[in-house]
Design a protein around this ligand. Structure first.
Ligand code: HDD
Length: 713
């Protein structure tokens, strides 16, 4: 291994492990050239295969061992390379070099994931998304193993296996895949008041993102920053997508799971290939250690956020994903994250969930990747050469020269030496710790409902309806009425109206629950979960509603152009040019995959046919201008397909632009231009129709008109 002097050498390091099978001869794993890859070695061309056939045996043996255990959680993932750039120094708070030198660029590898499903499950499951980042810093790898939601289900790592067992397919019949809508999940949740805040996030549209590039990322726990003077601050990490936070509708998510289960993976891949690099602002919330007790919740409790209105997020850097992996398995599958991969200047807090994670990740990599040498896999290698006295083990790659593998030593001249702090040696932040050895939850962790209320109250009206409907969908799949009842009782602690609406649809009554307080010892009597004093002071936080993140851009949106022979070429090209100049993608959908001819005679090859895709795969639709094209789309063979396309897009509140001459299409559809003013329905008589269309796409969806639109005429 070479000794890289700069982080950019990570790229060279990865490059040096790549091979391309171009213009080369086929070989065995020992480098022997193979002359026949079609037939095994047999005793006569109709005789038995010979054991001696080492080429066949090598090929089959390798094949038989191609799979490794999938991750126990977060099995389904998509990854990309990129760069983290620091725009503002955090040196007053941390001595971490990659967070101190303005302009410094650090290579990263990011893996997004769902939690519950198997490796081959759909991208569109209702689930938390993992957002794990490996920073290849000059001081060693730093991993931020984050999620797209800022809180977690449980407060203590002791409950993690229970949570995961409850959400995974049920053990007797392995049903359902990648879904929380089943008995065991809600049985567990309804008995875990501490999960209520997270349940609000999980039932919100945040759990069905439009793309990875439109999700926020959160470190969840309070971590610690340590500066050169040894002073410590609590820190919460945030990533805010430059494109805003957007989601799809649940109905859409279910359809996408069938039409394109790789929807998110594909979107990430295609965006990067096109040069539309996903970007996030990186920010921190900083709290001096001495202010730890100034909040009405505990900073160590991972079921709590620090509202941005109380401690603003300071934006200091940019994360950009700009390169697709060359090989999914070697990079995305073999990457091994660990919250315990730290650099000087960053340290843990005593959050009991984080503390348990510090054990779990190494342990899981050992069983998944099969060797303590997983750090030597190219994607996991630090840009710094590793020098220590560890040795041997399965699949050891590093060839360390010399006799010495112990310390202290004199034979090796004492090497390698411990590093002083001034030389970048890591030292844990000194913290005075004293206490009785005890298995107990802190009383400061006991308020489970204030922030669940805060989240629910901060949603816009359409977001609240989506959340309500998600709960109705999920609880309707619960076969045991007692669980539905208990869950509604929990919701009643958050919002009476929400509980009543859900109860009415899932066939139970709202009952007042008295919950045993599981976090405290049985003889503890003095904590009242409902006590008014325990209400958080903040009752509304604008930052929690996705509506407030909408950005004025159509970058990365996918617009379907529905056309048939005779479509108006000028109108089509003008709009296409305009949309593409703002980095949106245009894809042609036609009655079949055969080329279509415009009115000017140009032949265009459609990317999709009306039956090979669906409106749910697009952010907006343009019904290409031209009477001839419109008439063909309305002929009996195409009519139902095209109307379904339009009606479904309309139902999901998307922008639809009816080009000139396509009036019969909207008159036949559920879209009504006459009865109300709908900001997302555009026609050629509108003033600046293409600007209106672009503006509508930038606004994502007209969720406010959802109820009206779905009152189908
Ligand atoms: Fe975890 C994977 C995020 C709690 C144990 N976790 C994993 C991944 C992410 C998270 C993003 C996928 C990494 C990748 O792409 O390879 N996990 C979180 C967050 C948590 C959290 C944000 C709470 C704030 N996790 C958590 C607890 C435990 C684990 C409490 C166990 C005590 N997590 C694991 C694991 C995984 C994992 C079993 C499975 C695969 C892996 O580690 O590499 O060790």
């Amino acid at each position: 291994m070479n000794d890289p002097k700069s982080t950019n050498e990570k790229l060279d390091q990865l490059e040096s492990h790549k091979t391309a099978n171009e213009e080369t001869k086929l070989t065995t794993n020992q480098g022997l050239k193979i002359s026949n890859n079609q037939d095994s070695l047999k005793a006569g061309d109709r005789g038995p295969t010979l054991l001696e056939d080492f080429i066949l045996r090598e090929k089959i043996t390798h094949f038989d061992h191609e799979r490794i255990p999938e991750r126990i959680v977060h099995a389904r993932g998509s990854g990309a390379h990129g760069v983290f750039k620091l725009n503002k120094s955090l040196s007053p708070y941390t001595k971490a070099k990659f967070l101190s030198e303005v302009g410094k660029e650090t290579p990263v590898f990011v893996r997004f994931s769902t939690v519950a499903g198997s490796k081959g499950s759909t991208d569109l499951a209702r689930d938390v998304r993992g957002f794990a980042i490996k920073f290849y810093t000059d001081e060693g790898n730093y991993d931020l193993v984050a999620n797209n939601m800022p809180v977690f289900f449980i407060q203590d790592a002791m409950k993690f296996p229970d949570l995961v067992h409850a959400v995974k397919p049920e053990p007797d019949n392995e049903i359902p895949q990648a879904a929380s809508a089943h008995d065991t999940f809600w049985d567990f949740i309804s008995l875990m008041p501490e999960s209520m805040h997270m349940i609000m996030w999980l039932m919100s549209d945040r759990a069905i993102p439009r793309s990875f590039s439109r999700m926020e990322g959160f470190g969840v726990h309070s971590f610690k920053f340590i500066n050169e003077e040894g002073k410590s601050h609590f820190v919460k990490f945030h990533f805010k997508p430059k494109l805003g936070v957007h989601s799809v509708a649940w109905d859409e998510a279910q359809r996408i799971s069938g039409v394109d289960p790789d929807f998110h993976k594909r979107d990430l891949w295609e965006s990067i290939e096109k040069g539309n690099f996903p970007e996030w602002d990186f920010g921190v919330q900083l709290i001096p250690e001495e202010d730890e007790d100034k909040f009405d919740f505990d900073l160590l409790d991972p079921t709590k956020i620090v509202p941005e209105e109380e401690v603003p997020v300071e934006i200091v850097g940019t994360l950009t994903l700009n390169r697709n992996p060359d090989n999914f398995f070697a990079e995305t599958e073999q990457v091994a994250f660990h919250p315990g991969h730290l650099v000087p200047g960053i340290d843990f807090s005593n959050d009991p969930l984080l503390q348990g994670r510090l054990f779990s990740y190494t342990d899981t990599q050992l069983s998944r990747l099969g060797s303590p040498n997983f750090h030597e896999i190219p994607i996991n290698r630090s840009v710094n050469t590793v020098h220590n006295n560890q040795r041997d083990g399965h699949m050891r790659q590093q060839i360390v020269k010399g006799k010495v593998s112990y310390e202290p030593n004199s034979i090796g001249g004492g090497c390698p030496f411990q590093a002083m702090m001034s030389e970048g040696g890591f030292t844990s932040h000194e913290e005075r710790v004293s206490g009785t050895k005890i298995r107990q939850r802190s009383e400061s962790f006991v308020d489970h409902y204030s922030q669940a209320k805060l989240f629910y109250n901060s949603q816009s009206a359409p977001e609240k309806i989506h959340l309500q409907n998600a709960l109705i969908f999920e609880l309707s799949k619960v076969t045991i009425p007692e669980i539905r009842k208990r869950m509604v009782g929990q919701l009643n602690f958050i919002d009476k109206n929400l509980a009543e609406k859900v109860a009415a649809k899932v066939g139970v009554e709202v009952t007042e629950l008295e919950f045993p307080n599981q976090s405290l010892p049985a003889d503890s009597t003095h904590v009242d979960l409902q006590s008014e004093e325990r209400e958080a002071h903040t009752t509304f936080s604008g930052a929690l509603s996705m509506r407030n993140t909408v950005k004025n851009t159509i970058e990365g949106r996918k617009i379907g152009f529905i056309m048939a022979d005779g479509a108006d070429e000028t109108a089509l090209n003008d709009l296409k040019t305009k949309l593409e100049s703002e980095n949106a993608a245009v894809e042609i959908i036609a009655p079949s995959l055969a080329p279509v001819k415009t009115d000017a005679g140009t032949s265009l090859t459609p990317k999709h046919s009306l039956s090979s895709t669906a409106s749910v795969c697009f952010d907006a639709l343009f019904i290409a201008a031209g009477e001839k094209s419109a008439n063909e789309l309305l002929n009996p063979e195409n009519k139902q397909l095209v109307l379904h396309f339009i009606n479904e897009a309309y139902k999901h509140c998307k922008a639809i632009y009816f080009g000139e001459g396509t009036e019969p299409l909207y008159l036949n559809s559920n879209v009504s231009l006459k009865n109300h003013i709908d900001p997302a329905i555009v026609n050629s008589e509108d003033e600046s129709p293409s600007d209106k269309f672009i503006n509508a796409i930038a606004n994502h969806r007209v969720w406010d008109l959802e109820l009206e639109r779905n009152a189908i005429k």
